[in-house]
Design a protein around this ligand. Structure first.
Ligand code: DSN
Length: 414
């Protein structure tokens, strides 16, 4: 019996149930992944007892000799993984990292150009209910109605008209590549900073399967827990010494207090894993798996936004099968497959019950899934839709999912 089990059976039981849910089900939420046992281990250390405001060598508390080792390793590994000159590994998550960049570069009311949330952007990219949209004047570009892709002519036209101080490229639900150099040339034309939020694709960039904006853009933010397969958290990268000082000050003392050292230790472990050559195979396979799922679903009559994917995710218009996004998310949950409802571009439905679901391949690829298993997933999703009012059939599909899933550990060491 573990210490947690004997001391707090309620929390232990919930944790155990979650572990079983993950083992028996399949994770297709595009922003999720399974971390390695070493990353998990690093997160549960005595570093949680420690306050460490400041940065390595410049702290406001004593007793930092081992904290500094950890944070320095995390910084050095992040820099070498992404080929960046400066890295701040303290952001608690993606939204605070983005806000810190705005705080560092902008004054309240300044204009920013970013991708609209319902076209694949993110809340922290200027949605009116988010601090980003309340404090700054966001103006948004969209995807083209016919192609489902970002139209760089539109980006240039809006940038010329609105003269933003910052141009933001990045997304939560966009399955196509971004032309970093074209964004940069537009920003140069209007005198704007460039910021890439690569939260979703960071692992694919680190694994060299997608071109990196580092060295092209002024600043790159990312979470560490999506395709990058680390603990929950974020980082900020830049090649500019001047900007790096601004970002450091924006994180501390600007926005955050004591950094979460166990998370930083776990980030260092995850960056170490991503530096191994095998991570490049992982990144490649994530994309191949997403592309396979996308083409198999289209063969079965599902409409995939933009007709496919260049990364780890796809957005499926479920109205092509007579279901809303919320109904689909619930249906897939019933067969043990987690997904997330998603708006589609120009969605006639409301965000709480939009038309689409977003699916991703990062987590199942970590389990060791290949093309054959992606075909199985497409087949199960299709059969779930066809059997949506038949409880017995759905229960038998759930058993099929569990039989396959339990054959694969949550994390397969490459
Ligand atoms: N919630 C994350 C996602 O699902 O994309 C982004 O913050």
């Amino acid at each position: 019996m573990s210490i947690l089990q004997s001391q707090d059976p309620e929390i232990h039981l919930a944790t155990l149930h979650e572990e079983l849910r993950q083992i028996h089900g399949l994770e297709l939420i595009a922003s999720e992944n399974y971390v390695s046992p070493a990353v998990l281990d690093a997160m549960s250390s005595v570093f949680t007892n420690k306050y460490s405001e400041g940065y390595p060598g410049k702290r406001y508390y004593g007793g930092q000799e081992f904290v500094d080792v950890v944070e320095t390793l995390a910084i050095e590994r992040a820099k070498s993984l992404f080929g960046a000159k400066y890295a701040n590994v303290q952001p608690l998550s993606g939204s605070p990292a983005n806000l810190a960049v705005y705080f560092a570069l902008l004054n309240p009311g300044d204009t920013v150009l970013g991708l609209a949330l319902d076209h694949g952007g993110h809340l922290s990219h200027g949605h009116p209910v988010n601090a980003s949209g309340i404090l700054y004047k966001f103006t948004q570009y969209t995807v083209d109605k016919t192609t489902g892709r970002i139209d760089m002519n539109q980006v240039r036209e809006i940038a010329r008209r609105e003269k933003p101080k910052l141009i933001l490229a990045g997304f939560s639900a966009y399955s196509r590549g971004l032309d970093w150099k074209e964004f940069k040339s537009i920003a140069d034309e209007v005198g704007a900073y460039t910021m890439a939020d690569i939260a979703h694709i960071a692992g694919l960039v680190a694994g060299k399967a997608i071109e990196s904006p580092v060295g092209i853009f002024d600043v790159v933010t990312t979470t560490t827990h999506k395709t990058l397969r680390g603990p929950r958290g974020a980082l900020i990268l830049t090649n500019s010494e001047e900007l790096s000082k601004k970002f450091d000050r924006a994180i501390f003392p600007g926005m955050q207090g004591g950094p979460h050292i166990p998370q930083i230790a776990a980030k260092a472990v995850a960056f170490g894993e991503a530096l191994r050559p095998s991570f490049q195979d992982y990144a490649k396979n994530v994309i191949l798996n997403a592309q396979r799922l996308s083409s198999k679903l289209q063969e079965k009559g599902f409409t995939v936004i933009s007709g496919g994917t260049d990364n780890h995710l796809l957005v499926v218009d479920m109205t092509s099968k007579g279901l809303s996004g919320k109904e689909s998310e619930r249906l897939f949950d019933e067969v043990g497959i987690s997904s997330s409802r998603s708006t589609i571009p120009y969605d006639p439905r409301k965000p709480l019950d939009p038309s689409g679901v977003r699916l991703g391949s990062a987590a199942v690829t970590t389990r060791g899934f290949g093309l054959e298993q992606m075909d199985f997933i497409a087949d199960i999703l299709d059969r779930a839709v066809a059997s949506r009012s038949d409880e017995a059939k759905l229960a038998s599909l759930k058993a099929e999912v569990s039989a396959l899933a339990t054959g694969y550990p949550l994390f397969k060491m490459a």
